[in-house]
Design a protein around this ligand. Structure first.
Ligand code: NAD
Ligand code: MG
Length: 340
């Protein structure tokens, strides 16, 4: 069997297996487009595969909810859609080895699923409290026929960051893609409420850890490798209740552009993604005020938050060798408002 045929056949088998597993870990109502057959949008969709993005996913108001930090996707209402039932790979990352921080839930989880279905082996980092979410991701990666490596631990610790990279490299046999995605966001109405400890916690998670992990990873990365950081629309237009968080996201966007200039000499591309409002545990575990959460995403032109499944493809695009001239960029996905 030719290589191409082999991969096509394997993808077909894997898509069946992943669909079965995904059905067990998602709420079917969320994973399906909400447009009705017979409506203009439904008809267009049936004929050409084109989908109207407006009715695809839940709109505010959302039910009042709160979880202890760091939160679990499994306990959110509605449950986020990470692409468990929808993402279809096409071999864009065949044979790549990827490390994704915060890969248990939200944007990192959607990216892990997409990478695996594109043919990559994936190591995920997360906190020990998130084991329940992480287990599901590990199963989904394996169901895609790829290697999954679970590496729990707290990235605020420099020694742990170094060992995380070492363990990922040895378990995967190398490292081609690093996704710095883990993040800490806690809402405070006033600067007067932000303690030094809280400020330090946010900066350690979002900036120091990204610096430590990236520094440890680069010596292992070949020419052609890709680093993808997760910034935010807050980098450019800071929310008044997220002072400490927003400034870390500005730092990440800046770090990305500077590092890209250095890494071009090694053939390593460095980009960032800047999400707008996405429906993830970060937001329901102290990341937003109750009022903001109820109306989450309402202020965007799309009138709703994004679901993690709607941004994973940006990470795939930036990781793929097809983007060989794309480096030092910050890509947005924000429902129509915000920069870059
Ligand atoms: P999420 O809660 O699903 O993911 C964040 C992850 O960060 C957690 O799952 C956790 O594993 C990890 N994390 C936090 N502190 C850690 C620590 N000390 N050690 C190890 N891991 C730690 O939420 P998400 O929204 O998918 O967040 C992913 C990234 O997206 C974050 O960088 C966040 O700032 C960014 N972002 C999110 C939004 C949004 O609206 N959800 C918008 C812009 C940017
Ligand atoms: Mg999580």
């Amino acid at each position: 069997m030719a290589d191409d045929d082999f991969f096509k056949a394997r993808r077909k088998v894997m898509q069946g297996a992943t669909a079965a597993l995904a059905a067990a870990v998602t709420t079917p109502a969320l994973a399906q487009p909400q447009s009705q057959p017979g409506t203009a949008a439904g008809a267009a969709s049936a004929k050409s595969g084109v989908q109207d993005p407006r009715p695809l996913y839940p709109h505010p108001p959302f039910p009042v909810q709160s979880q202890p930090w760091p939160g679990l996707a499994a306990r959110m209402t509605p449950r986020p859609d990470h692409g468990e039932r929808s993402y279809r790979g096409s071999g864009r990352l065949t044979g790549r080895r990827a490390l994704i921080t915060g890969g248990d839930s939200g944007i990192g989880r959607a990216t892990a699923i997409a990478f695996a279905r594109e043919g990559a082996d994936v190591a995920i980092n997360y906190l020990p409290q998130e084991e329940e979410d992480a287990r599901e991701v590990v199963e989904l990666i394996r169901a895609a026929g790829r290697k999954a490596v679970a590496l729990p631990g707290d990235i605020r610790d420099e020694a742990f960051c170094k060992s995380l990279v070492d363990k990922a490299v040895s378990a995967l046999g190398g490292l081609d893609i690093l996704v710095n995605n883990a993040g800490r966001q806690q809402s405070h109405d006033s600067i007067l409420d932000i303690t030094t400890d809280a400020f330090d916690w946010t900066l350690k998670t979002n900036v120091y850890a990204l610096f430590w992990i990236t520094k440890a990873a680069i010596p292992h990365m070949p020419a052609g490798a890709a680093i993808i950081n997760t910034a935010s629309v807050n980098a450019y237009d800071p929310s008044e209740n997220l002072l400490d968080y927003a400034c870390t996201k500005a730092a990440i966007a800046n770090f990305t552009k500077g590092l890209a200039k250095q890494m071009a000499k090694r053939g390593i591309r460095v980009n960032a993604v800047a999400p707008g409002p996405f429906w993830t545990p970060l937001q329901v575990s102290g990341g937003q005020t109750e009022a903001n959460l109820k109306e989450f995403g309402a202020k965007t032109p799309m009138g709703r938050p994004g679901q993690p499944a709607e941004i994973a493809t940006v990470y795939v695009q930036l990781a793929s060798s097809e983007s060989s001239y794309v480096t030092g960029q910050v890509y947005g996905a924000s429902g129509g408002s915000g920069q870059p």
